[in-house]
Design a protein around this ligand. Structure first.
Ligand code: SAM
Length: 245
């Protein structure tokens, strides 16, 4: 696979102009030259082959060679609603959820959450989503919603903020008094949403609220997993591990 760059807009007069991070990566990191071929994807399912025609210090122009629609999504739509860890652990989590084909991330603001998910954090996560998608070949970007509370997740906020979750089986990752994995059986195209709590765990009230709203408690095993391990396990078990892809 040729190296991939993200550009949301379609070509203009059969040309792409890359600037900012994407151009910096191509020019200064990959050290591409005029005549080299690259792949440009738009994050909505279309990718283009292109040949570099012009390079300056901060911008490159590439000529369109061909276009295709290529969907590398899983058969099932997977949503992870997680209280995010901080720093490198957050970055690691985002990268792995993108690689594993998660469609949508809902940052959960719970009573015991430690990372405040401000708009600048969402902007940083969106950049990390693009970088991970470049690397892993994803053509549809993982959607990142604004942070939502447990109440919003349980109420109409769900429909407003989490389009596509309406028919999802809702699972609550919870180490205690829960069903085991073997008790859950889903059709390969059944959408699923999994809620993962903060380091301190969901409060009893939050668990009760989620259960009332139809979230089924499920345990991934007898040990206590950190947030990112639990979220990655959920994405693996219910995503690539259980969809027939
Ligand atoms: N002391 C916390 C508690 O009592 O819940 C541990 C929280 S754990 C570090 C973070 C989150 O990962 C939990 O809220 C839960 O959603 C998920 N999790 C951890 N271990 C799990 C397991 N064995 N099965 C299912 N979910 C798990």
């Amino acid at each position: 696979m040729s190296y991939r760059f993200f550009h949301a807009q379609p070509p203009v007069d059969a040309q792409f102009t890359l600037a900012g991070d994407q151009a910096h990566h191509a020019i200064n990191v990959m050290r591409y030259q005029v005549g080299d071929q690259i792949v440009i994807f738009d994050g909505r399912g279309t990718e283009h082959d292109a040949e570099i025609e012009l390079l300056s210090k901060k911008q490159l122009t590439a000529r369109l060679l061909g276009t295709r629609t290529l969907d590398r999504s899983l058969a099932r739509r997977v949503t992870i609603a997680a209280s995010l860890p901080k720093g490198d652990r957050q970055k690691f989590l985002i990268e792995k959820l993108v690689e594993l084909g998660v469609d949508q991330l809902l940052p959960l603001a719970t009573t015991r959450s430690v990372a405040e998910v401000k708009p600048k954090v969402i902007a940083r996560i969106e950049k990390q989503v693009i970088e991970a998608s470049k690397q892993c070949g994803r053509n549809f970007l993982m959607q990142v919603a604004p942070p939502i509370s447990v109440s919003q997740l349980c109420n109409t906020g769900c429909e407003d903020l989490a389009a596509g979750m309406e028919d999802a089986v809702k699972l609550l990752a919870h180490p205690y008094d829960s069903q085991s994995l073997s008790e859950i059986s889903l059709a390969p195209d059944q959408p699923v949403a999994i809620a993962v709590g903060p380091e301190g765990g969901f409060t009893d009230d939050e668990v009760a609220r989620l259960v009332d709203d139809g979230w089924q408690p499920i345990s991934f095993g007898p040990t206590i997993l950190r947030i990112e391990t639990a979220a990655i396990a959920a994405a693996t078990i219910f995503g690539i591990g259980n969809t027939g892809n």
